[in-house]
Design a protein around this ligand. Structure first.
Ligand code: GAR
Length: 194
């Protein structure tokens, strides 16, 4: 798709599992003249995801896949991505693990946002663990996805202070706010020249 700046935008799919606030934020960002991405497709691993409800108000195509069933869902997803000529995948609160084969096929073109200062606190319950460990800071990271969980090359990070009275909920809220700034910034860093 050619954006209003005359520069062609990268056809992007966003993968979600839940609330979808990062997804909504990326969609909003994609509409800016200066955004390097165009959101063509959203894929959800959860049919009840809030993000899916939001998409009904837009023209963006959404697809739901049940990752629990041991079926050939990844093959089907790859077919859709190929058919729609998707060039970039942004994981945004996507809580499923993609297979090594899938990642290989999209090598270097899958990004993720994670709510910690990687390499610290990979995986789940990041905020609980950071608070329990008396960390003074946590934050968020945008990184490339490789075959090891939350271990790909980091593109950008943002530090967030943990206050004495923070609990996982307040910390998650503070970090999410920063995630919404960081993901677009990382995409610009990676995909635009200036
Ligand atoms: C975000 O905090 C994101 O970083 C995290 O889930 C939340 C999703 O929020 N992702 C992970 O933990 C991935 N391992 P959202 O659905 O409102 O964007």
């Amino acid at each position: 798709m050619v954006g209003s700046t005359g520069i062609s935008k990268i056809k992007t799919a966003i993968f979600i599992s839940g609330n979808g606030s990062n997804m909504k934020n990326l969609i909003k960002f994609s509409k800016l003249k200066t955004s390097p991405i165009y959101v063509d497709l959203v894929l959800s691993s959860n049919k009840k995801a809030n993000g899916i409800r939001y998409l009904k108000k837009t023209k963006i195509v959404s697809k739901i896949f049940n990752f629990k069933k041991k079926n050939n869902h990844e093959e089907k997803i790859l077919k859709i991505l190929k058919k729609r000529k998707i060039n970039l995948i942004c994981l945004a609160g996507f809580m499923k693990i993609l297979s090594k084969d899938f990642i290989k096929k999209f090598n270097g073109r899958i990004l993720n946002i994670h709510p910690s200062l990687l390499p610290k606190y990979k995986g789940l319950n990041t905020h609980e663990r950071a608070i329990l460990n008396n960390e003074k800071f946590s934050g968020c990271s945008v990184h490339f996805v490789n075959s090891k969980l939350d271990s790909g090359k980091i593109i950008l990070q943002k530090k967030v202070r943990i206050n004495k009275n923070d609990n996982p909920k307040t910390l998650s809220k503070k970090i999410l706010k920063q995630e919404h700034k960081l993901y677009p910034k990382a995409l610009k860093k990676l995909l635009t020249r200036n």
